[in-house]
Design a protein around this ligand. Structure first.
Ligand code: PMV
Length: 336
């Protein structure tokens, strides 16, 4: 079918870790967030039927036996839950901008769903990137700043469909990449990227971001004075975090991460399992450890000197857990 477009369009976008400021960022506080070297990949082919079909290898390859070991594992239920809104998201865009074509998009991801690594945002950014590339009739891999802004805004609409209320931080860093000081639409900026020895521990407990965000909203409603005080503390942590990153002081960054975690514990997004793991991280000599993302399970972000890691892994082995090293990804959305 000759539709005058490129025969195939591919894109990929990174997941993220929040180093400081999750949850409070939903109420317009600042956050420091990094794109990571784990990505969502998508590829679109033109088909005869109009509209959008989305397929995912994750659904087909799912095997409960190996689920625990696969970095990109998600369960069939969560995948269907994610694919449905993603399909509606794509249909809305295509219906508005290119109703005369039909595409089948295949996505695969290195990001497990519901573990705080921004998998839904990375999926929305990847899909919005593919759609933009199709709509603009260009085979260029370059993405102009206007197009990138469009992709960010569309991806944010998609993420809102999945998570109801979203700060936009995940979509922003997935679109633009790097280490970002997120402080609202006009004050957000990329921070000069210092290599940080970051590690993730996946608790293997999936969370529902929208439920945790609702839980925090109730906390805020019931204890508004205390919540405002915690917001101020979170702001102070972010401001100190910026300075510590600029100085390259790993000790300070780590201490601030652990302080940030205490705020998250107070607003009720931690649990005994997470506290146990964070206690082990600190006792094993990690510089800092905290929930990253919505909490309630998901991933724990650890800042540690590499020599600490064998000790840490030995200590968490009994819990059937292991840490994995991650790096900050400078590239956000890529069209290929
Ligand atoms: O757990 P994730 O990857 O969905 O991250 C959620 C981050 C929150 O701050 C809790 C919500 C938001 O929209 O910023």
């Amino acid at each position: 079918m000759d539709v005058g477009y490129k025969p195939q369009v591919g894109a990929s976008a990174p997941g993220k870790v929040i180093i400081f400021g999750e949850h409070f960022v939903v109420y317009n506080n600042q956050a420091i967030v990094a794109a990571i070297n784990r990505r969502c990949f998508g590829r679109a082919d033109f088909i005869k039927n109009l509209g959008v079909q989305i397929a995912s290898s994750l659904e087909r390859n799912y095997n409960p036996q190996t689920a625990r070991d696969a970095a990109a594992t998600i369960d069939v239920r969560s995948n269907t839950e994610l694919l449905e809104p993603l399909t509606i998201f794509c249909k809305n865009i295509l219906g508005e901008y290119a109703p005369e074509i039909g595409i089948k998009i295949f996505i695969k991801s290195e990001l497990a769903v519901g573990v705080g690594l921004g998998s839904s945002a990375a999926s929305c950014v990847t899909l919005a990137g593919i759609l933009k590339s199709i709509i603009r009739h260009s085979s260029s891999k370059e993405i102009s700043s206007i197009d990138r802004q469009w992709i960010y805004e569309k991806a944010l609409d998609g993420e809102q469909m999945i998570h109801n209320k979203s700060s936009g931080v995940d979509c922003y860093v997935s679109t633009y990449g790097g280490l970002v000081h997120f402080a609202g639409p006009t004050r957000t900026r990329t921070i000069e990227n210092q290599p940080l020895p970051l590690f993730l521990i996946n608790t293997h407990r999936r969370h529902e971001t929208s439920e945790l965000v609702s839980h925090v909203r109730r906390f805020r409603g019931n204890k508004s004075k205390r919540f405002n005080a915690l917001m101020n503390e979170a702001t102070a942590i972010c401001s100190s975090g910026i300075k510590a990153i600029a100085k390259g002081s790993l000790e300070e960054i780590g201490l601030l991460m652990t302080e940030n975690h205490k705020l998250l514990r107070e607003i009720g997004v931690s649990n005994s399992e997470i506290e146990k793991i964070i206690g082990i991280c600190v006792r094993c000599g990690s510089l800092g450890a905290k929930i990253t993302g919505a909490g309630g399970g998901g991933s724990i972000l650890v800042l540690a000197r590499p020599e600490t890691i064998p000790v840490l892994n030995a200590a968490i082995e009994g819990l059937d857990l292991c840490s994995e090293s991650i790096e900050i990804a400078n590239k956000g959305l890529i069209i290929d």
